[in-house]
Design a protein around this ligand. Structure first.
Ligand SMILES: Cc1cc2nc3c(=O)[nH]c(=O)nc-3n(C[C@H](O)[C@H](O)[C@H](O)COP(=O)(O)O)c2cc1C
Length: 605
């Protein structure tokens, strides 16, 4: 084996790799073998070596052993997943006797970086491959001119993301690369996690803590049991142990003639012990339509009866394609795997150009790929290309204060025609077309600690939720209706047409009548020639909206991330600029402060 190349692949920076290569060059097989046993001993009990002086770690740049001392965990989270995982890591570390400190990147003082020796970063990706707001300042600092030398830091990164995005876990990748560039040493390799992050996060936590822990992984596992990610609630059901909820009610809320199809669903949680809070989301698993599965089998000329071994064990190809993998939409990862297997120059050219990828993927599914670039697959090869079935998150539209052991959802049914075929959303079409009242659906609660009613029940709230963005605000209102104390509340709702698309119209009217809702402004974009959206209603009410903010209101936005949330964000800044008489930059600072104080919360998708 080439020693230099082997070291390059290891967790060492250039300087350490060079030193190690020098120290080890010229040693024979027997000497190297002896050293491997010796280092394994050091790794399992580093302190005894340090105190009896028989080994001088500095002679090897202390690269192999993780140094003793506090583990700092920094999280950058928008919807709370990274935060929950950071807290979970801290608890597991404490159980192993490791001193820990958890900090939100948003409030972390960069000057404290020089005190940190061991750093675990848990960070998600938002926007299109961007850091969450809470991580932006630290991200910029580390990538900027004044970035510090971090050669005293041993680190590891857990990235959270969603592989349906082209820039999968980009922020985690960026943090990992910059910490390395600034001289840090990896304690454990970076782990990128998809929407179903439990298993991967658990593996990373174990690897990291085993590297840090004074005990061997075997002993520590025996002592503390499997490192389960703490379930969202007291219930035995979690992301890993799904509850099968019965559908109690299913109603299309759009009136006849509407261009939209928005399903209100009520699911039974009885006997599950599952609890949730307004602002949380529900993870729901869909299954592929028999029509799409048949089309894939025909396009690949494979029999559904063939047995395959996938991530859920051995089963027929038909079953695996129906329940365990996604056939729509097409992800960049599937495209890359397909290009590799087919060795297609055309697909490889697309993959080499990020703009071409962004143009290629939208609207396409696996059938488009198979028909564009046919290939003879084995059944196992076919499933190796596919993304495993991943849950869809829906903002919960009910409060348990009002509905008890039920959970309500508002689901927009996705249907479109692209590349000559009618297509549909994987999960929304499952709920609309393939499941009926009394059928069961696999679910779990996805806590969102970053989208919550103010702790002070008297605080005013402003809710902007066009389309299905209205869902969590129904939960907010149900919650406040039951609560004794309630501050003023203001709703901005929008949709296409008043007569067919005013979701939960009678409920809002009732809340207004009862005074649970103080004020409502609506915008129906297609009822007049000129387009009319929620941001226009906000701007028309600029003075009052600014007064509410100045009086401590919390601002919430839920719904479309591509356009609506950006337009609402801009309108908010324009209002602050105009009403506060400040520059646009100062208005941006105002908004940033609101975000960091958790007074501007977004649940966007
Ligand atoms: C509006 C929006 C944009 C997102 N953009 C990306 C992205 O570009 N790449 C990615 O890997 N994940 C993306 N995600 C997925 C999140 O990273 C993922 O849901 C993660 O679990 C959130 O963790 P957090 O709760 O700690 O913020 C996006 C999610 C949302 C809601």
């Amino acid at each position: 084996m080439d020693l230099k190349k082997g070291l390059e692949r290891g967790p060492f920076n250039d300087k350490q790799g060079k030193k190690l290569s020098e120290a080890l060059s010229g040693l024979d097989f027997g000497q190297l073998n002896w050293l491997s046993g010796y280092f394994s001993g050091i790794a399992q009990n580093p302190t005894s070596i340090a105190t009896d002086g028989t080994a001088n770690e500095s002679s090897l740049g202390a690269a192999t052993a993780v140094e003793p001392g506090k583990l700092n965990i920094l999280f950058g989270s928008h919807t709370g997943n990274s935060e929950a995982l950071a807290e979970n890591l801290a608890n597991l570390a404490k159980e192993r006797g490791i001193e820990v400190e958890v900090s939100d990147m948003a409030s972390f003082k960069t000057r404290d970086l020089n005190k940190i020796k061991k750093l675990a970063v848990v960070v998600s990706t938002h926007g299109l491959g961007e850091p969450p707001v809470q991580a932006q300042d630290l991200y910029k600092y580390l990538h900027g001119k004044r970035a510090p030398d971090l050669s005293h830091v041993q680190f590891s990164v857990l990235g959270l993301g969603d592989s349906s995005y082209v820039d999968f876990c980009q922020t985690g990748k960026d943090f990992d690369a910059i910490l390395d560039k600034l001289g840090g040493t990896r304690m454990a390799p970076r782990q990128d996690c998809d929407v179903d992050y439990e298993d991967d996060a658990e593996t990373w936590q174990n690897t990291l803590l085993d590297a840090i822990s004074k005990k061997s992984s075997e002993t520590s596992n025996l002592q503390i049991g499997p490192n389960e990610i703490a379930p969202a609630t007291e219930t035995k059901y979690s992301r890993k142990n799904l509850f099968e909820a019965t559908i109690l009610e299913k109603i299309n809320l759009n009136g006849t003639g509407s261009s939209k199809e928005t399903m209100h669903l009520e699911l039974d949680l009885q006997g599950s012990g599952i609890t949730y809070e307004p602002g949380d989301a529900l993870g729901v698993y869909g299954a592929n339509s028999p029509k799409l599965v048949k089309a894939v089998l025909e396009a690949t000329n494979l029999s559904g009866e063939k047995m395959v071994v996938g991530h859920n064990g051995e089963k027929t190809l038909l079953e695996a394609l129906t329940y365990d993998y996604e056939l729509t939409p097409l992800s960049k990862i599937s495209l890359s795997k397909y290009a590799e297997i087919t060795d297609s120059p055309r697909l490889k050219k697309i993959l080499a150009d990020s703009t071409a990828v962004l143009e290629y993927l939208p609207g396409r599914d696996i059938i488009d790929l198979l028909s564009g670039e046919p290939h003879i697959f084995s059944p196992d090869e076919l499933i190796s290309v596919l993304r495993k079935n991943t849950p869809r998150m829906y903002s919960i539209a009910s409060s348990q204060e009002a509905v008890g052991e039920e959970v309500h959802l508002l689901v927009s049914i996705v249907r479109y025609n692209a590349f000559g075929r009618d297509k549909e959303g994987h999960c929304s079409s499952t709920l609309a077309d393939r499941l009926e009242v009394d059928d069961k659906v696999k679910i779990f609660v996805d806590k969102n600690t970053r989208f919550k009613l103010p702790k002070n029940p008297d605080a005013p709230i402003i809710m902007v939720g066009p389309g299905t963005g209205i869902a969590p605000f129904r939960a907010f209102m149900q919650h406040r209706e039951v609560a004794e104390k309630k501050g003023p509340s203001w709703l901005f709702f929008g949709n296409r047409n008043f007569t067919t698309d005013f979701l939960y119209q009678t409920e809002w009217q009732q809340y207004l009548k009862e005074g649970v809702l103080t004020k409502a402004d609506v915008a129906f974009s297609r009822d007049q020639i000129e387009k009319n959206y929620v941001q226009h209603r906000m701007l028309e009410n600029g003075k009052e909206l600014y007064d509410w903010l100045e009086n401590g209101a919390h601002f919430y936005v839920c719904g479309d991330a591509q356009k609506m949330a950006k337009d609402v964000d801009l309108a908010l800044k324009q209002i602050i600029q105009q009403q506060g008489g400040v520059t646009f930059e100062k208005a941006e600072d105002y908004v940033k402060k609101l975000q960091l104080a958790n007074r501007y919360q977004a649940d966007i998708y």
